[in-house]
Design a protein around this ligand. Sequence first.
Ligand SMILES: Cc1cc2nc3c(=O)[nH]c(=O)nc-3n(C[C@H](O)[C@H](O)[C@H](O)COP(=O)(O)O)c2cc1C
Length: 184
Amino acid sequence: MINEEISQLIKSRKSIYPNEFNGSEIDKEVIIELLQNANHAPTHKLTQPWIFKIFSSNAKIKLLNEIFNINTDMDELKKNQLSQNFQKSSHIICICMKENSNLLPEWEEISATAMAVQNIWISCSGTSIGGYWSTPKYAKHLHSFLSLNENERCLGFFYLGVHDSNRSGTSRRKNILEKTEWFE
Ligand SMILES: Cc1cc2nc3c(=O)[nH]c(=O)nc-3n(C[C@H](O)[C@H](O)[C@H](O)COP(=O)(O)O)c2cc1C
């Protein structure tokens, strides 16, 4: 038997987008709890490659301005939409990762970092905290803004905010048996 409570949390995890956030702030203590759960992700050789750079309040505006500086050709509509997303979000986590190429291939470190993000995402299940992972192309150009070292990378943003949405159900999935092959 598997844990019914955990199954329920996993199945009810979903992306909540900033247009569904109500603009309320999440307490820093709660963000730290989410990060503690992230930190329990599995990691080969215990390299723990995830690095989280977290923006709130005025720092969000600095990040937004940097994104505008990078994307000089971003149209006004997109800029406005992004500004609103930033305003409605409580915290924006820049998901970063440290490569340890002498120890492990990069894909293992990306995988471990994604598992850390999944822990955050599942921890939000069934609460008024919502979020989603955004992977815009410009994330890789934030290297110096985020003070990343040469062996570190930004893998996108996790937008976090408070929502009142009771939108239910997860996005449609193909039947797992269509993606499974058994050898018995
Ligand atoms: C690695 C990764 C990158 C993602 N990047 C984006 C993105 O750039 N834009 C976006 O709208 N959603 C992005 N998503 C969210 C997915 O669109 C979302 O997880 C998917 O639609 C399934 O919905 P669910 O999370 O509610 O199950 C990303 C998800 C993952 C795991």
